[in-house]
Design a binder for this molecule. Structure first.
Ligand code: UGA
Length: 579
């Protein structure tokens, strides 16, 4: 069977990716886009967006002569047998779908079809609300071509399920193909095209009416978004429960075959150009049909609030953000794309700025897009290192691989005070929280059974030792610098001693503060503190600035367990035992 020639109206992610994939399997493809600059760019071998493999495939397709882009919509239709409509369907301000580009493409195709001799198939691939293919696309093409659908031309709605960042892979390996056909001839022609494209690996294909196919697309995106919002809702519950971890919950439910493991990654919320747009469009559409979609509403509600959870976690770690330098790692709405449309990073950065933070941002691909959104309001870092240097808290917003590779030591080395909010659950929580201030979406507070972990400061003088809980002024808000101990000057020391004296009623002599190291406390009422540096110091990884720290370890190791959460008792008993 000869390969059909194809044309694509709209050369965005879906159009261009599909075009180069078809060309890579020997199909002749003509691209058309209303934006002439896009056509020029593509013809010169540059995709107007970043998407893995697309640039390579585009180069090959242009090189082989199988792909060409034209400024003439009529030429695109005339030179092909099948035309895909892959234009954007953005939202209007009220959330309803904007079909202007679909209408305009339909008009151009209709005009071109009026003079075309052979049979032509039109395939709507843009996401459109139920009924659009039948009630908008069909009458426009009929009107401009002067031919009824079925007379020399056919029509299908054929949803795409490509994910940005893996659009090429998804094109070659779809879970299924859904064909919403106006008549059997149209459906047969489209199925035959896909059989030619996939060969022996033809995915399961559903043939149905256009309205069902249109609904499948919306139901699909709504369900995916609902899955993510569901796990984010659970994450928010976990965060309040000591020892809870949403990652375990996701694994636990994901192994149930009825639920499945995918799209259960809790995080900063879902973004991107599709999910919100589609959920709002289907809500608006349902409302106009007097139907409520409460699950879709709840899905949006959870997601609207989710990005701000990261800012709250940051405040839990380092207190008020005013004047502090905060690093945002990751701006794209997901890894492997430069797309920032509806990215959660936008909400997060804006909230950080509202809180008075100085924001430094870094993304491997999305910096150019970020400049258009944030203007002069943030610092654009050229590397992860630049972004983290001198910072007081880092937020992981997009889970790029290069962020995954960072170790706690990297943060410790670079940051002024290392504190990390893992908004995408890319780090080993146990290892990170033992080394620096750490909070993660969906991670409940850890209980520290080791009494050593309840100690904030150790003050020694000769044999004397004092263990100080966090929260006592002037230690409030002060943290040790990992990699070394802070030595406080006399004034700080004096006032600390005074306060401890007042609290314990014990006669304490001025003594020397050796070091402080605090565990991130997610609850303002608990003062969970760690001296995890004990291990690193003993293993020689970290050199304390003060050599005389033996007493500290000895005393801490011998603390009775039940006292772990009652710091004043710890202090009192230890002082008593030292008398
Ligand atoms: C989504 C759908 O997944 C595609 O099937 C669909 O074709 C496409 O919309 C569309 O309508 O065109 P896309 O928006 O490109 O694809 O990317 P997703 O992989 O779905 O990610 C969307 C957002 O959800 C991202 O911000 C991602 O970080 C977030 N996400 C995803 C999570 O927070 N958790 C997860 O478990 C999965």
């Amino acid at each position: 069977m000869m390969n059909r020639a194809l044309s694509f109206f709209g050369l965005g992610y879906v159009g261009l990716t599909s075009a180069v994939c078809f060309a890579s399997r020997g199909f002749k493809v003509i691209g058309y886009d209303a934006d002439p600059q896009k056509i020029e760019l593509i013809n010169s071998g540059k995709p107007p967006f970043y998407e893995p493999q697309v640039e390579d495939l585009l180069g090959e397709a242009l090189g082989s002569g199988l792909l060409s882009c034209t400024h003439s919509p009529a030429g695109a239709v005339e030179g092909s047998h099948i035309t895909f409509i892959t234009v954007g369907t953005p939202s209007n301000l009220d959330g309803s779908i904007n079909l202007e580009q679909v209408k305009s493409a339909s008009k151009q195709i209709g005009q071109a079809l009026s003079g075309k001799g052979d049979y032509h198939l039109v395939v709507v691939r843009s996401t459109v609300t139920p009924g659009t293919t039948e009630n908008v696309v069909k009458p426009i093409i009929e009107g401009y071509s002067g031919r009824r659908c079925g007379e020399g031309w056919g029509l299908c709605f054929n949803p795409e399920f490509l994910k940005e960042g893996s659009a090429v892979r998804d094109t070659f390996n779809p879970d299924r193909i859904v064909i919403g056909e106006f008549d059997r001839t149209s459906g047969d022609m489209l199925e035959e095209l896909y059989r030619g494209f996939y060969g022996d690996e033809m995915p399961k294909t559903i043939r149905t009416s256009p309205i069902n196919a249109e609904l499948v697309k919306y139901a699909n995106n709504a369900f995916l978004a609902m899955k993510i919002s569901f796990i984010n809702m659970m994450a928010n519950l976990c965060q309040k429960l000591p020892e809870a971890d949403v990652e375990v919950i996701a694994e636990g439910i994901g192994l149930d075959k009825r639920i499945g493991p995918l799209f259960l990654k809790a995080g900063a919320g879902w973004g991107g150009s599709c999910l919100r747009k589609d959920l709002e469009a289907i809500l608006d559409y349902a409302l106009k049909n007097h139907v409520e979609l409460p699950l879709v509403e709840a899905t949006l509600k959870v997601n609207n609030a989710q990005p701000y959870r990261l800012v709250e976690l940051a405040k839990g770690l380092i207190g008020e953000l005013d004047g502090k330098r905060i690093s945002v790692l990751g701006l794209a709405f997901k890894p492997e794309t430069d797309d920032m449309r509806d990215a959660v990073s936008i909400k997060i950065v804006k909230r950080l700025l509202e809180e008075g933070a100085r924001v430094a941002v870094y993304d491997p691909k999305a910096m150019e897009n970020a400049r258009r959104i944030f203007g002069e309001s943030v610092e654009y870092s050229g590397s992860i290192e630049d972004c983290l240097r001198g910072s007081e808290c880092a937020l992981i917003v997009t889970e790029w691989d290069e962020f995954r590779k960072l170790t706690s030591q990297d943060y410790i080395k670079l940051m002024k005070i290392p504190a990390v909010v893992d908004g995408r659950r890319i780090y080993d929580a146990e290892s990170f929280s033992s080394k620096l201030r750490f909070a993660a979406v969906g991670l409940g507070e850890k209980r520290y059974y080791n009494p050593a972990l309840a100690v904030n400061a150790i003050i020694t003088k000769g044999d004397g030792i004092l263990l100080v809980r966090r929260g006592i002024e002037p230690f409030k808000g002060l943290w040790s610098l990992p990699g070394g101990f802070i030595e406080y000057d006399e004034t700080v020391e004096d006032s600390l001693i005074r306060e401890v004296k007042e609290e314990t009623g014990l006669d304490i002599k001025p003594i020397r503060v050796l070091g402080v190291y605090s565990q991130p406390t997610r609850s303002p009422t608990k003062h969970v503190v760690t001296i995890c540096y004990q291990c690193s110091i003993l293993s020689g990884e970290v050199k304390p600035s003060n050599e005389n720290i033996e007493a500290r370890f000895f005393a801490v190791e011998n603390l009775p367990e039940q006292l772990a959460f009652d710091h004043l008792t710890i202090i009192r008993d230890h002082l008593k035992s030292k008398r």
